[in-house]
Structure formats: structure tokens, C-alpha cells
Write a protein that binds this ligand. Sequence first.
Ligand code: PHE
Length: 337
Amino acid sequence: MSLDIEKLKADVSMDVAQAATLEVLEAMRLKYLGKKGLLQELYAGLASASPEEKKLIGKGANELKVLAENLIEERKKTLSTSKKRGAAIDVTIPGVANDAGTKHLINQTLEEICDVFERMGFVIQRGPEIESEFNNFTALNIPLDHPSRDSFDTFYLDQEDPTAKGRYLLLRSHTSPGQMRVMQKHKPPMAVIIPGKVYRPDAVDASHSFMFHQIEGLLVDKNVTFADLKGLLTAFCKKFFGDDVKMRFRPHYFPFTEPSAEVDIQSNIFKGRAGKWLEILGCGMVHPKVFEHAGYPPGEYTGLAFGLGVERIAMLKHGIGDIRTFAENDMRFLKQF
Ligand code: PHE
């Protein structure tokens, strides 16, 4: 009987060492320690043994039990950790590509433009997309029923303006109402940029969308001149489009600036559009009526203002021919930027 036990100890060591998986190891545990296992058989034999033998078998069976339990426990640890470690260092398994997203090109462009102005000392402000008729029009010297409102076609909401300064609330058709919000809250000197979404009920085509992004700029102080406006926008265009950019200020009309201009540029970076003058922004000197609506004392301040179209600039810079691609969420387009 004692011989058998020595053999069983050798067997269990061998069996456990050779168990290559946790499943095989479990089968070995059942073989030795299970309810119908070899150890139970040994205990069953005790009944018919002499007192002398009982002592030996009991001692041997206990030793076998402890040995089997320890070996199995240890082997279990080795198998489960080596399984993990093995997977981590198997260099032949193809990697799982980390499918990282990128910022949308419109946001990238918007941030790049804001960066240039922030480095010049401008501060970012934001206004709401739902505006009052007063801020979007009246305060900007576009009176109710004035035909110049037609050039800023507008989505009106089915909700009256609670301030009663205009009839209805609306989706802002440009970022210029942000000028009024800033001026009503702060006294000059000030230099702010106001980026955001604007809405116009345009029929959608390659160059029109009912929603697009603008960045408004406003600088107010004493003795600000048109030369400051030219200098500022020239510095911006050189930073953003490169030193070789050509610019022209073309006289224009906006009710809220006087004089007003549109800026066209020519740049070699515009793929396929080299040599063409392309309009990128509207600008001018803040109209005295606007200061009046802001509550500033007449004649005390002068200011410059400008409004840039972000989609247009992104399209020119990256040679994109259709504004609709920005909103189509086609990964083949989005992943290029
Ligand atoms: N708000 C004008 C537009 O949407 C742009 C502009 C802003 C012009 C500020 C002059 C000054 O076309």
C-alpha cells in the first residue's frame, strides 16, 4: 500500500506538469481529488485495513492530497498568467489599428483663424444662434422693413421677441449681432473675435448652404482708422495664406460700417485658382449709428469690424469644390484632414 502511494505521488507530479491547458489540469484534479478520484478510493480501502495499515494509508493519503492540491494550484497560476503574457508578446498577431478621429476641417480652420487673431491680442467671445431682430438688424443700422434686410435672408422663429424691440426671434444670419452684445456689456478699448454658426434660407448648391460659419472681428478704441483695418487684415492674410498673398480692398456697402469694403485675395496655394481674385471677407469702420445703439457717447470712439466666411476660406485653402462635402460625413473626405 505504501508503495502505491509513492507511485501515486510520482504520477500526480508528472500528470500536473504535463497538463498544457487549464482544461487538462481540471481533468487531472478530478482524477486525483474528485469525488470518484484515486484519493477517495484510498480512503474507501481504509475500512478493510488492519489498524497498522490504517495508520500508514491515512498518513500517505494525506500527503498525497496536500501534494496534489499544491501542485495543481501552482500549475493553475502558471497556466493562466502565461496565457496572458503570451498574448501580449506574440509579435506575429496583426495589430489592432487605433482608429483615432480628427477635428472636422471647419473646426480646424476656425481654430487656425482664431489663433492668428488671438496672437494679435483679440479675445474670443460667443453669442447665441437664436437672436433678436434688434441685434441682428435694427442695432446694426438695418431698420425694420428696410430693403437691405433682403440681402441677409433670414429664418424667423415662430416666437415673439420678449424684449419687444423687434417682432420675432430669428436664427442669426451673420455673426455681427455679436458686436452689439459685446458693446452693450463692455466699454472700449476692446478687441474681440466672435466665431460661430449662421443661418440663411439659401437653396443648397455647390457654393450655398443654409448653415455656415463666420468669424466676426471688432476693435473699438479712440482714433482707430481705416489704415488700422488694412494693416490688421493684411497681417492676418500674410500669416494665414503666406507672405506672397496679394490683396485688394474693393469698395462695398454694409449698413453697419462706413466706409465698407470687401477683401479679395490671390494666392498660389489655391490649387487651380491661381491668378483669380477671390473674395474672403467683408469689413469696414463701425457706423456711428451702431455706437449709438450700443449706448456709447457720440463721437468718442471709432472702430473697425470684419466678417470672414470659414467654409469659403477652407474651400480655397484646400481646393474643395463643393460646400456640401463638409456636412456629408463621408469618411473618405473627413480623413484627409
Ligand atoms: N456681416 C457681414 C456679412 O455677413 C460681414 C461684415 C462684418 C461686414 C463686419 C462688415 C463688417 O456679410
